[in-house]
Design a protein around this ligand. Structure first.
Ligand code: HEM
Ligand SMILES: *[C@@H]1O[C@H](CO)[C@@H](O)[C@H](O)[C@H]1NC(C)=O
Length: 479
C-alpha cells in the first residue's frame, strides 16, 4: 500500500515539475521564446492571489503592478486566473498595441463572441469587425454628438434634478449605490426602455455584477461569480420581456430610441437576434453606469476633502445661474462649454480614478516589442493609468488638484490622459459621461448644501471600490 502511495506521489511530482517547466519556459514550435521577465506563479492559479490582496487608502495604481515594474521594468509577464499575461506599462508599447487593433490584437471578450457571429466562410477577425462597428455606431448615434447635445442634455438635467430632490428628502444617502440605482433607471430611460415591464418587475442588482469580473470564474452555487451570473441572467431576461412587449407595437408607434433602432436593424443585420439585443443592452448599461457612478462617487469624496475646490466649483456654477434670464431653466450646451473649472474637476477625477488596473487584449499573432516576444494567444494588459501618475506631467501626481488643468496642453494630454482608452476602441460614451458628471455637479452645488457624514475610504482590489461607501446628506439651499 505504502509503495503505491509513494509511486503515485513520485509520479505526481514528476508530472507537476514537467508542468512547471513547460509553464515557466514556453516555446513556440519547439523554439524557446524570449519572454519579458516575471514570474508565472503556480500552475493554474498563477499570481492571482497576489493581485487580489487589496491595497487600502491609496489612489496609486495597485501595488501588484507597482512592485513588479520596480523589479522587472515596465513590461513583465505573469499569470492570472489561469491565463498567461504580459503586462505593459510602457506608453510607447501601449500606443503600438492600440494601433494594432483587429490586426495583431483583439479585445479579449470579443473573441468568444466571434465564433457565434461569423458568416459562413468569414474569418473571425472580419466578424468581430462587423459586430464591433455596429455596437460602436449604435452607441454613438444615441449617446454622442447631436443626440447628446440636443436630446440628452435636457433629459440628463431633468433626471439629475429629480434624483437629487429625492436624495434631499432622505437623510444620509450612500452615493455609489444611490447613483447606480437612479442612473440605472436613467440608463433604461435613455435606452428608451420603460422602467417596468407590464408585469411590473423592477430591474436591479446590476451593481453586483461588476464583482464577478474580477472574481474567480467558478460557476457553482455559493460563489460570488455564480450569484453575479444569476443577477445578469435575471437582468437580461427582463430586457427580453421588454423587447417582446415592444415588438407587439408596429414600428411607427415606437419611440425611436436605442432599443428601437436595434429592433429595426434586425431585418438587415443577421447577428441581431432578440437574445443578442438583450445582452447588448445589458452590456452597454453595465459599461456605462458602473463607471459613471464610480467616477461621481470619487468626485464627491474629493470635493468633501478639498473645501477650496468645492468653493471654486460652486462659484463657477452659481455664476452660470446668474447669467440666465430664468435661474430655473435647464443647463444648455453653451453653458456647459463655459464651465472650465467644472470640467477640470471631472478631468482630475478621471485622471485619478483608474477603475481597472489595465485594459485587456488578446494577442492574435506573436508580437515583438522591445526585444521581447508576446506569444499568440496570450492576454495583454495595457496599464494605461501609468501615464496619469507620471510626476513629470502631473506634479505631485497623487494630489487632487483641478487647477493643474490650466497648464496642460492638448499635445501633452493626447499622450498622458486616456481614461477612456485609446485607438479605435476608445469609449463610445466618453462625451456622454463627461456631460452627465458635469450636469450632476452643476445641480448639486447650485441647488443644495451638502456634507459628507460617513465613509470615503477606497481600496483597489484590484478594481477601485468604496468599502464603507461615501455617505452624504444634502439639503435644498431654498429651505
Ligand atoms: C466615466 C465613465 C466611463 C469610463 C471611465 C469608460 C471607460 C471605457 C474604456 C477605458 C473603454 C475601452 C475599453 C478597452 O479598450 O478595453 C470603454 C469602451 C466602451 N465604453 Fe465606456 N466608459 C465610461 C462610460 C461609458 C458610457 C456612459 C457608455 C455608453 C453610453 C460607454 C460605452 C462604451 C462602449 C460601447 C465601449 C466599447 C467601444 C468600442 O469597442 O469601440 N462607456 N469605456
Ligand atoms: C479635459 O480633458 C480633455 C481630454 O480628454 C481635454 O481636451 C480638455 O481640454 C480637458 N479640459 C480641461 C478643462 O482641462
Amino acid at each position: 500500500m505504502l509503495e503505491i502511495v509513494l509511486v503515485l506521489v513520485a509520479l505526481f511530482v514528476i508530472y507537476y515539475t514537467h508542468l512547471l517547466i513547460k509553464w515557466k519556459y514556453p516555446k513556440i514550435n519547439g523554439v524557446p521564446v524570449h519572454l519579458p521577465p516575471g514570474s508565472m506563479g503556480l500552475p493554474v492559479i498563477g499570481e492571482t492571489m497576489q493581485l487580489l490582496i487589496p491595497s487600502y487608502n491609496s489612489i496609486d495604481i495597485h501595488p501588484f503592478i507597482r512592485k513588479r515594474i520596480q523589479r522587472y521594468g515596465p513590461i513583465f509577464r505573469t499569470n492570472l486566473v489561469g491565463r498567461p499575461i504580459i503586462v505593459t506599462a510602457d506608453p510607447e508599447v501601449n500606443k503600438y498595441i492600440f494601433s494594432q487593433e483587429g490586426n495583431l490584437v483583439e479585445m479579449w471578450y470579443l473573441d468568444s463572441f466571434a465564433k457565434l457571429f461569423a458568416f459562413e466562410g468569414e474569418s473571425k477577425v472580419t466578424a468581430i469587425g462587423r459586430v464591433h462597428r455596429y455596437l460602436r455606431g449604435i452607441t454613438l448615434n444615441h449617446f454622442g454628438g447631436e443626440s447628446l447635445r440636443e436630446k440628452m442634455l435636457p433629459q440628463i438635467d431633468a433626471s439629475v434634478n429629480d434624483n437629487l430632490r429625492q436624495w434631499s428628502t432622505q437623510g444620509a444617502v450612500e452615493v455609489k449605490s444611490a447613483i447606480s440605482r437612479t442612473s440605472l433607471a436613467e440608463g433604461l430611460l435613455h435606452l428608451g426602455m420603460i422602467l417596468k415591464t407590464r408585469r411590473g418587475e423592477k430591474i436591479e442588482n446590476l451593481p453586483n455584477f461588476i464583482k464577478s469580473l474580477m472574481s474567480f470564474p467558478l460557476n457553482i452555487p455559493g460563489t460570488t461569480f455564480h450569484k453575479c451570473m444569476k443577477d445578469k441572467d435575471k437582468m437580461s431576461n427582463m430586457v427580453r420581456h421588454i423587447i417582446k412587449e415592444r415588438l407587439i407595437n408596429s414600428p411607427d408607434e415606437r419611440p425611436g430610441d436605442f432599443l428601437d433602432q436595434a429592433l429595426n436593424d434586425m431585418a438587415s443585420e443577421k447577428f441581431l437576434t432578440e437574445d443578442f439585443i438583450a445582452e447588448l443592452s445589458f452590456g452597454i448599461l453595465f459599461a456605462a453606469f458602473e463607471s459613471v457612478s464610480t467616477t461621481l462617487t470619487l468626485a464627491i469624496k474629493f470635493l468633501a476633502e478639498n473645501p477650496l475646490v468645492l468653493e471654486e466649483l460652486t462659484a463657477e456654477n452659481e455664476a452660470v445661474l446668474k447669467k440666465r434670464e430664468n435661474p430655473d431653466s435647464q443647463l444648455t450646451w453653451e453653458e456647459y462649454k463655459t464651465m472650465a473649472f467644472t470640467q477640470s474637476v471631472v478631468n482630475e477625477t478621471l485622471r485619478l480614478m483608474n477603475i481597472p488596473p489595465g485594459l485587456l487584449r488578446k494577442a492574435l499573432k506573436d508580437i515583438n516589442v522591445k526585444g521581447y516576444t508576446i506569444p499568440a494567444g496570450w492576454t495583454i494588459m495595457l496599464v494605461t493609468p501609468i501615464v496619469h501618475l507620471n510626476p513629470e506631467t502631473y506634479k505631485d501626481p497623487l494630489k487632487f488638484n483641478p487647477w493643474r488643468w490650466k497648464d496642460l496642453d492638448q499635445v501633452t494630454l493626447s499622450k498622458s490622459f486616456m481614461p477612456f482608452g485609446g485607438g479605435t476602441r476608445q469609449c463610445a460614451g466618453a462625451e456622454f459621461s463627461k456631460v452627465y458628471m458635469a450636469a450632476f455637479l452643476h445641480v448639486l452645488v447650485t441647488k443644495y448644501r451638502w456634507s459628507k457624514v460617513k465613509g470615503g475610504r477606497i481600496t483597489r482590489s484590484p478594481i477601485l471600490l468604496f468599502p464603507d461607501g461615501v455617505h452624504i446628506k444634502i439639503t435644498s439651499k431654498r429651505d
